[in-house]
Design a protein around this ligand. Structure first.
Ligand SMILES: Cc1cc2nc3c(=O)[nH]c(=O)nc-3n(C[C@H](O)[C@H](O)[C@H](O)COP(=O)(O)OP(=O)(O)OC[C@H]3O[C@@H](n4cnc5c(N)ncnc54)[C@H](O)[C@@H]3O)c2cc1C
Length: 520
C-alpha cells in the first residue's frame, strides 16, 4: 500500500497515535498548533488494556471535547477486596462525583481511542500519517530532525520545533534521547480475559478476589462486558494459559454451565518503572513511553492523560510565542514525581492484596479487616485518601505564601456555572485559556493599560465569576468555586486548570508581574 507522504516541517511532531498521542494531538489541535502525528500502525491496538478511568482522566477528556456521548462509561460505586477465608476485608467507596465527573468509571479502550481519533480529524492543523515508523532523531538549537520510514521502505526527514514520544512502553524516542526506565519488573504474569453478555449475571462493582492460590480482579465494563485477571502460578506458561480449554476451565466458576462469549485474551508481565527525565531539550516523553505501572489502581493511561494535559498548553504557548521555552522545563518537574507516586501506590496495593503466601495473606487481610473497626482509618482507606493528590511541589506557579487563599500548583475545582444563559461545567466556560479570574470583582478594571498589554501578549485573558444570583457574569451556581474566599479575590489559572497565583484585588498587578516573570 502506498503511504501518504508526511509534510517536511511541523511545529510539533508526535510519535505514536495511541491514547496518549491522540489526546495530545487533539489538545494541540484545539490550540491551533501545526501538528503531525505518525504511527507505525494504521489501526488502534486491539489488545485488552485500560478499563478504568478516574474523575481526573475524564476531566482531561472533557478538555479534549469528548462528552458522555463520545464513548460509553459505566460508573462504579464500590471496589471490594475479598478473602476466601475472611470475606470482604476492605473496600473503597467510589460512589458520587468529584470536579464534575464520576470518581471511577469503566470503559472500552478501543471505543475511546476511536473517539479520540475522530476528534483529531476535526482540526485541520493536525495531520495523522499511519504506516510511518520513527527510526532516528537529532536535535539542535533550531529544532528536531526526525528520520522515518514507511511500510514500503521509503524514508523521509521531518523538521519539527518539538517532538513528543508517545510511542508506548518500548519507546524508541526514549532510547534515542538516552533515557531508560528505572524501577522494577514484576515476576508475576497475568492472564487478562474480556468476555461479553453473561446473561444478566454481570457484577456492578469491582472486586479483587485475593485468594493466595490465585488472585483474580474482576470488573464490569460497558456493553455487557466483564474482565477477569488471573495471576499465573509458578511454572504456568503463557501458551498454556492462553489455550481456550484452560480459559474455559478458569472461567467455569462464573460461566454457570453456559458458553461464555470470550472477546479478547492476553498474558502480560506488569512493570513498575519510570524514566529519570521526561524530557531532553526539545524532545518530550508522555504516557507509557515515560512510565509504566501495574494496573491495580487503574492509573497507567490516567497518568498519560495527565502528562499530555500538562504538556499541550506549554508547547502551544511556546510555539505561539506567548511564553519562553523555559516553561517546558516544568513538564518534568511537575509530572514525574506524581507519576512515580502512583506507581508506588500500585505496587503497594499489589503487595497488600495479591500476596501468594497463605499466612501473610491471612495476617494482612485480617489486619485490614480490623482497621475497618477504627473509623478514621477506615474512612482514610474507603474514601481513597491514600491516592496521591495531583498537586505539584515545584513548577510553573508562584511560590506559596501564608497570605494565599488557594493552593498554588493544585487544580482549580470544577463546578456548574451559568454563563450566557446556559448551565455548563466551569472548565467549558474557562476553555483552553490562560485566565485571570476575578471573584467578586472585574479583573480587567484592576490593571493599568501597560500591564494589560503585557498580559495579552502572554496570551492572558480575563473572566469574572459571581456568586449565585449574579447572572451578568459567570454565575457560580453552588458557590463552590468561590467557597475559599471571604472577600473579593483574583486568581491566575493555567489552561490545564492549575492555579498559578492568587491575590487580593489591590495586589492584582503584582500577581500578574509574578506570573509574567515565570512565563516570559
Ligand atoms: C492489562 C492492562 C490493564 C490496564 N488497565 C488500565 C486501567 O484500568 N486504567 C488505566 O489508566 N490504564 C490501564 N492500563 C494501561 C494503559 O492501557 C496504557 O497506559 C495506555 O494504553 C498507554 O497508552 P500510550 O498512548 O502511552 O501508549 P500505546 O497505546 O502503547 O501507544 C503507542 C503507539 O506508538 C506506536 N509506536 C511505537 N513505536 C513507534 C515508532 N518507532 N514509530 C511510530 N509509531 C510507534 C505504536 O504503534 C502505538 O500505536 C492497563 C494496561 C494493561 C496492559
Amino acid at each position: 500500500m502506498q503511504e501518504h507522504t508526511p509534510p517536511e516541517e511541523t511545529q510539533v511532531l508526535i510519535i505514536g497515535f495511541g491514547p496518549a498521542g491522540a489526546t495530545l494531538a487533539a489538545l494541540l489541535g484545539r490550540f491551533g498548533i501545526d501538528t503531525l502525528v505518525i504511527d507505525k500502525n494504521h489501526e488502534i491496538l486491539p489488545m485488552p488494556r485500560a478499563i478504568a478511568l478516574d474523575n481526573e482522566a475524564l476531566r482531561v477528556l472533557q478538555m479534549v471535547g469528548l462528552d458522555e456521548q463520545a464513548f460509553a462509561r459505566l460508573p462504579i460505586s464500590q471496589v471490594n477486596m475479598l478473602s476466601p477465608l475472611l470475606g470482604r476485608f476492605a473496600n473503597a467507596n467510589t460512589r458520587g462525583s468529584l470536579d464534575g465527573h464520576p470518581k471511577l468509571v469503566t470503559f472500552y479502550q478501543p471505543e475511546l481511542e476511536q473517539a479520540l481519533r475522530k476528534q483529531v480529524t476535526t482540526y485541520p492543523c493536525v495531520q495523522f500519517h499511519g504506516g510511518w515508523e520513527l527510526l532516528n532523531l537529532r536535535q539542535d538549537a533550531d529544532g528536531v530532525q526526525a528520520l522515518m520510514r514507511d511500510t514500503n521502505g521509503v524514508e523521509r526527514l521531518v523538521m519539527a520545533k518539538h517532538l513528543v514520544g508517545a510511542d508506548g512502553a518500548s519507546s524508541r524516542v526514549r532510547s534515542l534521547i538516552g533515557e531508560d526506565f528505572q524501577g522494577k519488573t514484576y515476576a508475576e504474569d497475568w492472564l487478562i480475559v474480556d468476555a461479553k453478555q453473561r446473561q444478566g449475571a454481570a457484577i456492578d462493582h469491582v472486586e479483587f478476589i485475593c485468594d493466595p492460590r490465585r488472585s483474580v480482579p474482576h470488573m464490569p465494563a460497558p456493553g455487557g462486558r466483564e474482565r477477569w485477571e488471573f495471576m499465573l502460578k509458578p511454572g504456568e506458561t503463557r501458551e498454556e494459559m492462553e489455550n481456550p480449554a484452560k480459559i474455559t476451565a478458569l472461567m467455569a466458576p462464573w460461566a454457570a454451565g453456559q458458553k461464555l462469549d470470550i472477546e479478547r485474551t492476553a498474558v502480560y508481565r506488569f512493570h513498575a518503572r519510570c524514566c529519570r527525565h521526561f524530557s531532553k531539550g526539545r524532545v518530550f516523553l508522555a504516557g507509557d513511553a515515560a512510565h509504566i505501572t501495574p494496573p491495580f489502581v487503574g492509573q497507567g493511561l490516567v497518568a498519560g492523560l495527565r502528562d499530555v494535559a500538562n504538556l499541550a498548553w506549554k508547547l502551544a504557548w511556546v510555539n505561539k510565542g506567548y511564553a519562553a521555552p523555559k516553561i517546558l522545563l516544568s513538564y518534568d518537574q511537575e509530572r514525574r514525581p506524581h507519576a512515580w507516586k502512583m506507581i508506588q501506590l500500585a505496587r503497594f496495593m499489589g503487595h497488600l492484596i495479591m500476596t501468594r503466601n497463605s499466612l501473610s495473606a491471612l495476617i494482612i487481610h485480617g489486619l485490614m479487616k480490623l482497621i475497618r473497626g477504627i473509623a478514621p482509618l477506615r474512612r482514610h482507606l474507603e474514601e481513597l485518601k491514600i491516592k496521591p493528590t495531583n498537586r505539584f511541589a515545584q513548577g510553573l506557579f508562584v511560590c506559596r505564601s501564608r497570605s494565599d487563599q488557594c493552593d498554588h500548583g493544585a487544580q482549580l475545582t470544577q463546578n456548574w456555572v451559568r454563563w450566557q444563559k446556559q448551565i455548563q461545567l466551569s472548565d467549558d466556560v474557562l476553555g483552553s485559556r490562560l485566565l485571570m479570574l476575578g471573584f467578586g470583582c472585574n479583573p480587567q478594571t484592576l490593571l493599568s493599560p501597560a500591564i494589560h498589554q503585557r498580559w495579552a501578549a502572554a496570551g492572558g485573558e480575563y473572566l469574572q465569576i459571581g456568586m449565585q444570583g449574579e447572572s451578568a457574569v459567570a454565575e457560580d451556581l453552588s458557590n463552590q468555586l468561590s467557597a475559599p474566599f471571604t472577600q473579593a479575590r483574583v486568581l491566575v489559572v493555567r489552561p490545564d486548570k492549575v492555579i498559578m497565583a492568587d491575590a487580593a484585588p489591590e495586589d492584582a498587578t503584582l500577581m500578574l508581574e509574578q506570573c509574567l516573570a515565570l512565563l516570559v
